[in-house]
Structure formats: structure tokens, C-alpha cells
Write a protein that binds this ligand. Sequence first.
Ligand SMILES: Nc1ncnc2c1ncn2[C@@H]1O[C@H](COP(=O)(O)OP(=O)(O)O)[C@@H](O)[C@H]1O
Ligand SMILES: [Mg+2]
Length: 300
Amino acid sequence: MSEAGGGKLAEILAKKRAAREKAREEDNVSISRNASSNVDQNESEDDERRSLSHTSGSYEHSERSRTGGFVNMSLSQVEDLTRVAQGGLGILYQGIWRGTVVAVKKPVDPRVANDPALKEDFRREVEILSEIRHPNVVLLMGACLQGTGLCIVLEWCQGGSLYDVLHRRRVDMNNHQRVKIARGVACGLAFLHTASPAIIHRDLKTQNILLDETLSAPKLCDFGLAIRLSDSYVTNAQAGTPSYMAPELYRGEACSLASDVYAFGIVLSEIFSQELPFAALELSEIREKEGDGGWEAGGL
Ligand SMILES: Nc1ncnc2c1ncn2[C@@H]1O[C@H](COP(=O)(O)OP(=O)(O)O)[C@@H](O)[C@H]1O
Ligand SMILES: [Mg+2]
């Protein structure tokens, strides 16, 4: 961190310390324990009051194994928000939360706080991420699912996305580094697929793989389309990003773990060739080749 950044951080920390002391005096930090699936029920005016409460999984044994829980926080607790990237669903900011540099994902359009479908994507992302603890999956630190302060707070991944590293910054990596990244992605994906019930990411691509500052420890992110492979979630709605979508998805068939494995194959080819997948083709051509007849030998 730069000296200026360090000074600023010290100032923020001092402010935070004072606020903490005050809060301790007033003893107003409440700890509530609700199932995360119920978080939405109490949308309300007292968002702010509850901003320091902890929402976690039910303590009944059977539920506990499935519900990780997350820290229910308020966007107003994050300081120094700086916009750094934009994806399909959210704008990504860097900020400082309780003295720690974090990534904050907010909806692209603040009005979507009132859009049930988009809210559901955010809720699903939080719910699924809160159940996963793995070195190759981005760490969910907190979230706010109420009101207009809708946000997801994640660990900050200094290296940015694998897409940026490969295609924008065009970092010249050796094969050892590339293998390490590929292996990390495989480990993260295997961890999702061996969950019970299994989790299908459905949008695996280099934009959704983050890296640390050494560019060697990848972390899967963006679980907005992720689903569990259980009866209630089986879907054949087309979802994902065209270049990474398996042929069966173009044919309207249900997604499966294999659809993620297909996307992983595309990611592998991207890691080792450092070329954009299907760069020479138009979207319609990708659809045509994938959906109708599959690829001819050597097509990839
Ligand atoms: N934790 C993070 N640390 C650093 N950059 C991140 C982090 N999370 C996301 N990003 C950046 O923000 C972009 C968009 O985030 P993502 O979660 O994929 O949102 P969307 O659902 O809108 O695609 C990513 O491609 C990446 O460049
Ligand atoms: Mg994304």
C-alpha cells in the first residue's frame, strides 16, 4: 500500500476505534441467529440498527451442515469506495471495511434493489457462497440483502481477474504458473461438484476467476447463476456466456456438472494459448457450430 494509502488507513482505523469504544459503552451490538434463507423476511426501516448483527446458519445439526451463514452488514460501514470493474450484474468497488481492504459488489443499477429477479440473483450468490469455504473460492465476508444498500462484500483479490491478466495485461507467465492456475481452478470446481447436493457454477470463465498478487492462487467468483443439483433447481433455461456454453445448453437441454467441465476446458485452452476463445467467430457462428453439429476435429 502507498504511504498516502497507509496514512488514510490509519486515520480510518482511528475513527473506527473511537466508534468501537462508543459502541462498547452502549453495548448495542446485537447478535441474531437466523437461517440465511429467512434474511429477506425482515426488510425494513431498521436495516441500519441491525447493521452489526450476525446472521448465521441454524444451529440445528441437519441444517448447519448446509447453511454456512454470513455477516449481515450495512454498506455504510464500508469506507473509501472506489469503482474498479463492472460485470454483467454488478459494479465492483474496492473499499475498506473495519480496517481491511475488501471488494464490494453492488447492482449495476440501484433501482434493481426493487427488482425481485435481480435481488434473487444476489441472494442466491450470497447463499451459495456462504456455504463454501475453500482456498480456491472467493471468501464471502459479509452482505446486505435489504433495502437499497444491496451489496456483497468479498475478500479483495489483488491480482484482478484471470481475463485481465491473460488478455488485457497480457502477463507473460511460464508454464509452471499456468499449470498452477489451472490446477487451482480445477480444485475449486471439484469442491463445488462434490458438495451435497452438488453445486453447478454455470458461468465459469476467465472473468469469473480471480487471482492473488502472486498470480498463482486462483479463486472462483460470481455465483449469481450457480445452482444446486437438486430436484427443485433442475433447469434447462439457457444461462452462461456463449463461448463457454456446452453444446447441450444451446440445444435447450438441462445443465449438469459436465456443462461446467466443458467451460473448464475452454478456460484451460485460454490459460495455455492466451487467446480469447473463438475470437474469430461471431456469436451466431458459435451458436450454429455448437448447437447444430458440434465441432469438427480441430475446431477448437
Ligand atoms: N473479490 C474481488 N477482488 C478483485 N476484483 C474482483 C473481485 N470480485 C470481482 N472482481 C472484478 O469484478 C468483475 C465483476 O465481478 P463479478 O462478481 O463477476 O460480477 P458480475 O456478476 O457483474 O459479472 C470481475 O470480473 C473482476 O474483474
Ligand atoms: Mg462475472
